[in-house]
Design a protein around this ligand. Structure first.
Ligand SMILES: C[S@@+](CC[C@H](N)C(=O)[O-])C[C@H]1O[C@@H](n2cnc3c(N)ncnc32)[C@H](O)[C@@H]1O
Length: 252
């Protein structure tokens, strides 16, 4: 998407080599557990961004292919390992058109916080299923939690009652129907740029996975780590309400 293309230099700095606070201390620890031991495995990183996870899994011994629709993201990812010592194959492509990859190529496909940014996510899941090996190939993805985070239609509500501890609620509306929205990112103090994101209800994900032969086997809702609670301003709501979902689905 052009919007991620515009943001790719900023996003590269933000994620660096270990992920920003939200990735490092909230989402990635759960994704990493679901990915598990990847030594000797063929892995596809779908919507790889600056590729820090692709590089992590390559260092852990996986053979990694990384796809992104932003050419600038791919170039920035490659610049982290100029001699390509990690032997990562980068592909500049839409996730829903992976014609250059043969069927049944991968043991694992993972998509970290990219599926809800992919316009044709149904086409992407179809491709994930096609390129996964049957009989146990795994798809692991993290997404914004469809039930608790659908952009500007959701938010925290803080209730202060005299002599009572304050209560934090999560409000949400417009859940049932898919919609797209421009998501603001503050890239400098007074500069905002936008990327497009696509809300789909939870049942949509379950339907699309199962209709492509992928059976959900794990579903996790990342809890904030101590680092996250310490460093993220006003993070108390996260203790009770998850804003992310991480799942594993297996190709039978
Ligand atoms: C929020 S970023 C996540 C990047 C990376 N996975 C991470 O965890 O840092 C979303 C990524 O999805 C990519 N993306 C968006 N639409 C895509 C599509 N149709 N096909 C492939 N990648 C796409 C964007 O370019 C961006 O790099």
């Amino acid at each position: 998407m052009a919007c991620w293309e515009d943001l790719s230099d900023w996003y590269d700095k933000k994620q660096g080599e270990s992920g920003d606070l939200w990735h490092r201390a909230l989402i990635d620890p759960v994704l990493q557990i679901l990915v598990g031991d990847c030594r000797g495995k063929e892995i596809l990183d779908l919507g790889c961004g600056n590729g820090y996870l692709a590089r992590r899994f390559a260092r852990e011994g996986a053979r990694v292919t990384a796809v992104d629709s932003s050419l600038r993201m791919i170039k920035n990812a490659q610049a982290h390992d100029p001699g390509n010592t990690l032997k990562i194959s980068y592909i500049h492509s839409d996730a829903n058109r992976l014609d250059m990859i043969p069927d049944a190529s991968f043991d694992l496909v993972f998509a970290n916080m990219s599926l809800m940014d992919i316009e044709d996510a149904e086409g992407a899941v179809r491709e994930v299923s096609r390129v996964l090996k049957g009989g146990g190939g795994r798809f692991v993805a993290s997404i914004s939690h469809p039930c608790f985070d659908n952009g500007s239609n959701s938010g925290w509500v803080i209730e202060k009652v005299a002599f009572e501890p304050r209560r934090v609620y999560r409000k949400i509306r417009a859940y049932r129907k898919p919609f797209s929205e421009d998501i603001p990112w503050r890239i400098e103090k007074n500069v905002r740029k936008f990327t497009q994101s696509f809300h789909r209800p939870l049942s949509w994900y379950a339907r699309i996975l199962s209709s492509n032969g992928l059976v959900i086997t794990k579903l996790e809702e990342p809890e904030p780590t101590e680092e996250f609670l310490e460093k993220e301003e006003d993070s108390s709501g996260f203790i009770e309400v998850p804003l992310h979902l991480v799942f594993e689905a297996i190709k039978l």
